[in-house]
Design a protein around this ligand. Structure first.
Ligand code: AMP
Ligand code: MG
Length: 485
C-alpha cells in the first residue's frame, strides 16, 4: 500500500551477521514528523505513510510486504576499548528499499524494542533524542554533508524510564547501508573466513563497485573507504561539526555520518572542544577527528589483511601504504573546502596556510566559528566590520585581511558565491535544546520552525535573525551532550 519496494540482500548474503527479529508493539503510535520529500524519493506516497497503516509500518507494528526485519550484529572499539559483540540493541533493519531512482537504501527503525543484542538496555528511545537525530541529520544533509537521513519520528505512546519518565519514540532512518567498521570487526572475529569474504563482496557491490575488478579487491575497498572518510571528516571540520562518539561501530563504510547521539556544532572556535558528557579524555574533541578517523580505518584494515595478500608482511605493507595516504587526502580535501569558504579561486600554493592562520585568529579571539566565516562575504564586498567586531582587536587580523585580499585578487568568488558555502544557520546547541524541551512537553512549534530554518542553511531568512546568533555565554560553558538516550 505504501509503494515501498523491498529487497533484502543483507539478509540473503550475510547469514551470520544478524538475528531475525520483530519490533515490539507500540501501544498508541502517533506520527510526530515525516519527511515528505524523502518519502517520495523512496517511492512512497507521504499520504499513505500518514494513514494509520502507514504509521503502523513506520513504528514497527506492521511488517511491510517484502521486508525481512533483522537486528544487525557488529563489534566495535568504544573509546578505544574493544567490545566483541554490540549490534542493534534497540534497532532493526526492516530491509533495503529500491528507490524511485533505482538506488538501494536501508530502512531502519531505532527505538523499536529489545533485541538479542540489547545486553542491559531497555531497547527503547525517548522522543527528544530521536527528534534530535532527525533534526541534526537533516541539517547535515542540507549543509551538503553525506549522512544517514531521517524519514520519520513516531511517538510510541509508551513511557521510557530515564532520569525521569519520558515519552518514547521510534526514529525511522534511511541510509545507503548500515555497514560499519564494527561490522567487519565482528565478521573477522567469527570462526568462518567465508563470512568476511561475503561481507567484502557485499560491501564492494554496494559501495565500491569498481573495486570488484581491481587487482586486489579488498585493498581497493579499503582505499575507497579511506577516500570517503577523508572527504566526510574534512566536511565536518569545515562546518564546526563534532561527531562526539567516533567509535568504530559508528563509522560507516559508505562514508555517511551515522549515530547522532552526542554530536554538536562548535560555537566559539577551539579545536579542544568536547561536549559529550562521557568523553572525559577529549578523545573525540573537534581537532582530533581526523586522527581518530585514521585510527578507525586502521582497525578496518586489520580485518582485511588476509584478503589483501596471503603473505602477512605484504598485506601489512600494502594496507599501511594506503593508510599513510589518509592525512594527505584529508588535508587536500580540507584545503579545497577551506579555499571555497575563503572565496579563493584555487587552493593556495602555500597549502592553505591562510585558512590555518584565520583559525588561529579565531581561536585567539574566541570568535564564533560559523559567524566568522559568514562574515567573510561582507569583507569580500569591502565591509570588514562584521568580521572585526567578531574578533575584536586580536593580533594578526590586520595582516591576515591584507594577505587574504591579496590572495583573492585573481578570479575569486563573489560574496553571493561565498554565502553559498558558508552557512548562516547551523543547529546551534541552545536552539536545539529549546526545541527539544518544548517537544517533550508537547509543543512541536519550535522544533518545526527550527527544522524549517535549517532546510536552507545558506539563505538569510527574514525575521529569523536569532537563529544565526551564538548561544548566551552561560549556556555555552555548561552545555553537555549524551549518548544512547
Ligand atoms: P550508540 O551509543 O547509540 O552507538 O550505541 C552503542 C550500543 O549500545 C549499540 O549496540 C546500541 O544498540 C546499544 N544501545 C544503546 N542504547 C540502548 C538501549 N536503550 N537498549 C538497548 N541497546 C542500546
Ligand atoms: Mg551506534
Amino acid at each position: 500500500m505504501t509503494g515501498l519496494q523491498f529487497d533484502n540482500t543483507f539478509v540473503r548474503e550475510l547469514d551470520g551477521l544478524y538475528e531475525r527479529w520483530s519490533a515490539r508493539t507500540a501501544p498508541d503510535p502517533d506520527l510526530v514528523v515525516l519527511n515528505d520529500a524523502l518519502a517520495q524519493e523512496l517511492g512512497a506516497d507521504p499520504d499513505d505513510l500518514r494513514s494509520p497503516a502507514g504509521v503502523d509500518l513506520l513504528v514497527g507494528n506492521a511488517v511491510p510486504a517484502g521486508a525481512d526485519p533483522v537486528a544487525q550484529a557488529y563489534a566495535g572499539h568504544q573509546f578505544g576499548g574493544y567490545s566483541p559483540r554490540l549490534g542493534d540493541g534497540r534497532a532493526l533493519l526492516l530491509g533495503e528499499v529500491i528507490t524511485a531512482a533505482d538506488d538501494r537504501v536501508d530502512l531502519h527503525l531505532k527505538g523499536s524494542g529489545r533485541t538479542p543484542f540489547a545486553r542491559g538496555g531497555d531497547g527503547l528511545a525517548a522522543l527528544a533524542p530521536m527528534l534530535r537525530e532527525y533534526l541534526m541529520c537533516e541539517a547535515m544533509h542540507a549543509l551538503g554533508v553525506p549522512t544517514t537521513r531521517g524519514l520519520a519520528v513516531v511517538a510510541t505512546g509508551d513511557s521510557v524510564t530515564r532520569e525521569t519518565l519520558l515519552p518514547g519514540a521510534v526514529f525511522v532512518r534511511v541510509a545507503s547501508s548500515h555497514l560499519r567498521v564494527g561490522t567487519f570487526q565482528y565478521a573477522a572475529s567469527l570462526d568462518d573466513p567465508s563470512m568476511l569474504a561475503r561481507l567484502i563482496d557485499h560491501s564492494i557491490s554496494r559501495h565500491a563497485p569498481s573495486a570488484a575488478t581491481a587487482e586486489r579487491p579488498a585493498l581497493a575497498l579499503l582505499d575507497a573507504v579511506i577516500d570517503v572518510q577523508a572527504d566526510l571528516i574534512a566536511r565536518w571540520m569545515s562546518i564546526g561539526f563534532i561527531h562526539g562518539v567516533m567509535n568504530t561501530d559508528n563509522m560507516t563504510i559508505s562514508g555517511e555520518t551515522i549515530d547522532y547521539g552526542p554530536c554538536a556544532f562548535m560555537d566559539v572556535y577551539d579545536p579542544a572542544t568536547v561536549f559529550s558528557s562521557i568523553d572525559h579524555g577529549g578523545r573525540y574533541a573537534f581537532g582530533n577527528q581526523p586522527q581518530i578517523g585514521l585510527w578507525n580505518l586502521a582497525r578496518l584494515a586489520e580485518t582485511l589483511l588476509a584478503f589483501i595478500d596471503p603473505d602477512q608482511d605484504t598485506a601489512v605493507e600494502l594496507a599501511t601504504g594506503r593508510l599513510e595516504e589518509f592525512p594527505t587526502r584529508f588535508r587536500a580535501r580540507w584545503s579545497e573546502l577551506m579555499a571555497t569558504k575563503l572565496g579563493l579561486a584555487a587552493v593556495p600554493t602555500d597549502d592553505a596556510e591562510l585558512a590555518d592562520d584565520l583559525l588561529a585568529v579565531l581561536h585567539e579571539s574566541g570568535a564564533d566559528f560559523t559567524s566568522a566565516f559568514r562574515s567573510l562575504s561582507a569583507a569580500a564586498d569591502g565591509d570588514e566590520q562584521p568580521l572585526r567586531s567578531l574578533v575584536g582587536d586580536v593580533d594578526g587580523i590586520d595582516s591576515w585581511l591584507e594577505r587574504w585580499q591579496a590572495a583573492r585578487a585573481a578570479g575569486s568568488s563573489t560574496a553571493v558565491e561565498m554565502n553559498a558555502v558558508n552557512p548562516i544557520y547551523v543547529p546551534r546547541n541552545h536552539l536545539v535544546d529549546e526545541a527539544l524541551n518544548a517537544a517533550t512537553t508537547g509543543d512541536l512549534a519550535p522544533f518545526t520552525t527550527l527544522l524549517d530554518v535549517l532546510q536552507q542553511p545558506f539563505t538569510e531568512q527574514s525575521g529569523r535573525h536569532r537563529f544565526a546568533e551564538p548561544a548566551p555565554a552561560d549556556f555555552a560553558s555548561s552545555f553537555r551532550t549524551f549518548c544512547g538516550t
